[in-house]
Design a protein around this ligand. Sequence first.
Ligand SMILES: Cc1cc2nc3c(=O)[nH]c(=O)nc-3n(C[C@H](O)[C@H](O)[C@H](O)COP(=O)(O)OP(=O)(O)OC[C@H]3O[C@@H](n4cnc5c(N)ncnc54)[C@H](O)[C@@H]3O)c2cc1C
Length: 254
Amino acid sequence: MKDSVEAPTRVVILGGGFAGVYTAKHLTDQLGRRADVQVELLSEENYFVFQPLLPEVAAGGIAATHVVNPIRELVPRARFRCCSVVSIDFERKCVQVSQGAGLELVEVPYDHLVFCLGKVTHFASMPGVAEHALAMKDLADAFRLRNHVVRCLELADIETDPELKQALLTFVVAGGGFSGVETIGELAELVSRSLKYFSRIDPKEIRFKLIHAQERILPEMPEPLSLAARQILERRGVEMLLGARVRAASPSEV
Ligand SMILES: Cc1cc2nc3c(=O)[nH]c(=O)nc-3n(C[C@H](O)[C@H](O)[C@H](O)COP(=O)(O)OP(=O)(O)OC[C@H]3O[C@@H](n4cnc5c(N)ncnc54)[C@H](O)[C@@H]3O)c2cc1C
């Protein structure tokens, strides 16, 4: 660490998700009031999203405000910059960001850099999926999914063509990890809760399918728990397509 009369050591953390916010929190807690180290967190949004509860937001079980927290409030001792990281110059030790109403390009110098930018859902190897599937990663996705499912129920309620009605009432979730399992469980609950208001939809017409590449869902969990999750989903009417991978999608098929 530098002597306190010199410019402070600059720790720059990229990303305001679990990794970035908790790194900033632990670091600033440990540094206390020391002035020789300055921690700055850079992220696109000024709020932290508790992603594991997004499926509950989609299903309407909890309000959106229950899963977001202002980053400035979570890490009051860190500086925060609302911006988009564009590039990093490792030789000159600076991050180029775009910020402000005019998306101005600015350089943020660092001594230590922490990468916590999360991951990007990758659809490139699966033709049609980016165009025809919905994602489940942020708050906007949760609202989009909820609106889509409710709209499908509305359209199915007045649909007279049985084939089209079946398509409107068939929901496929790809991925049997935490996000896929929680999403399909919550959606199944949303639909079964809503059905009492849709007199022209028979519960037997609803189909939920979970596609998962491995033979067991929730592979991160101990086997008895992942088996229990599978049984609960099956009791709620979710069909399992295990050992299967999504290859491509069209407007009507996956
Ligand atoms: C629906 C759902 C349910 C889940 N359930 C569970 C669970 O039950 N248990 C579990 O352990 N895990 C669960 N997960 C996974 C867990 O949420 C992730 O592993 C975790 O959020 C990853 O944290 P992260 O900080 O690495 O990335 P992220 O949370 O993705 O954070 C990345 C941050 O970087 C910011 N960022 C990205 N690019 C830029 C850029 N260019 N410029 C500026 N900022 C940028 C983003 O805005 C974001 O704030 C779930 C995930 C989802 C989506």
